[in-house]
Design a binder for this molecule. Structure first.
Ligand code: SIN
Ligand code: CO
Length: 381
């Protein structure tokens, strides 16, 4: 993606300038980031998504008796009348369900795909919102229709209110406040406190959500993947030899039988470290982890099409690469040479034209056919 061109999406900053000056550092308010913005999805289509059991949705209401939260699926009758004030519906991952919304998310690919999470859309009636809070991730809040007042602040006191079903700050101190109209956008770095309240009804906001793995959860996930990959390798006839087993020919007789032998501790440490010494194994586990589809995403098996006519990744597919591998939807493939260049282009462009496929090897075409049958990509009609 071109990174030095000024973008109206970023208020005239280039992506490179935005990343240097604002990303993870300070907020940016952009008026008319998307000129002549039209909501990428209709209210009724959003309500229909909220009713599905494969879509994550939440209904949040704020009334005199406090906040209430209800998780989806939310049939239309579960939603209050649009004229009733003080409620909001949040629908997660709309980019995986709708082409227009997916296209909107593509404008944010100056951030690595590995950091982009999803596009959530909220619909709020007059006065609706989720309360003053902070998120652990960066977020771009793009007003899709209607108006919303955002109050924001560099909150030091992150104490949350007790006995409420949502994370709401106990002592929010707003420092700035602005009303966003359709097409306006606010970028907030992680942990920046914010409170968005719909001004008038029919307020739709797109949250372009980022993700950043926490060290402990990432390590736990990668360790499981590395162990599984090693077990798979052992099971293969061509796999490596059986691993060494603990031996202790020099073990003396003991008077304290419950004491752990120090040699066994040393053996265990070495066994764990040996499994991690292969940097390739960690890279592969990371690529698989970062492209793993969310639990509510599944692919319908596709038709075997003629991939030489051109291919496009399905909007649900996650694809990344590193110097030695390709990753798609939780699987890794070794790739080198011309095929690797082609497949990297597929990942960056999310598609390949027929002319780019002319020199693809039979192996590459066979892989694309497999992915086509899995529903991960589609052949041009
Ligand atoms: C909303 O759209 O109401 C909530 C988005 C957010 O605060 O992150
Ligand atoms: Co937020």
């Amino acid at each position: 993606m071109e990174t030095t061109q000024p973008l109206s999406l970023l208020g005239g900053l280039s992506a490179a300038q935005f990343m240097r000056r604002h990303w993870q550092k300070k907020p940016l308010l952009v008026r008319q980031a998307v000129p002549a913005m039209a909501a990428p999805i209709t209210r009724s289509a959003l309500f229909e998504l909220a009713a599905r059991d494969d879509v994550e949705s939440r209904l949040i209401r704020h009334a005199a008796k406090g906040w209430t939260l209800r998780h989806g699926p939310l049939p239309r009758r579960a939603l209050p009348a649009t004229t009733q004030p003080g409620w909001t519906l949040l629908v997660q991952g709309v980019d995986t369900h709708d082409d227009n919304v997916h296209a909107l998310l593509q404008q944010f690919r100056f951030v690595p795909d590995a950091r982009l999470d999803d596009l959530m859309i909220s619909y709020a009636s007059d006065g609706g919102g989720v309360g003053a809070h902070f998120d652990s991730y960066d977020v771009f809040l793009l007003q899709a229709s209607g108006r919303r007042r955002w109050s924001i602040g560099r909150q030091r006191d992150l104490t949350l209110q007790k006995n409420v079903p949502l994370k709401i700050l106990e002592h929010f101190v707003p420092e700035q406040s602005f009303v966003l109209e359709a097409g306006d956008m606010l970028y907030l770095p992680p942990r920046y406190a914010h409170d968005g309240v719909a001004v008038g009804g029919d307020c739709m906001t797109c949250s372009i959500g980022l993700r950043a793995p926490a060290a402990d959860a990432l390590a736990a996930d990668l360790l499981v993947r590395i162990a599984e990959a090693q077990a798979d390798e052992l099971g293969e006839p061509s796999g490596r030899a059986a691993p060494p087993r603990y031996r202790d020919p020099a073990q003396p007789a003991v008077e304290t039988p419950a004491a752990m032998p120090a040699a066994l501790q040393a053996f265990a440490r070495e066994a764990v470290l040996a499994g991690l010494r292969d940097p390739d194994a960690i890279d592969r586990a990371l690529g698989e982890s970062m492209t793993e589809p969310k639990s509510n995403v599944w692919f319908e098996n596709g038709e075997a099409g003629d991939v030489t006519r051109g291919v496009a990744l399905d909007r649900r597919s996650r694809m990344l690469y590193d110097t030695r591998h390709l990753y798609i939807n939780g699987e890794s493939f070794r790739a080198a040479g011309r095929d690797a260049t082609l497949m990297r282009r597929l990942a960056d462009q999310r598609g390949l034209a027929a002319r780019e496929l002319v020199r693809a090897s039979d192996d590459a075409l066979a892989l694309l056919e497999d992915w086509c049958e899995a529903g991960w990509l589609h052949a041009a009609a």
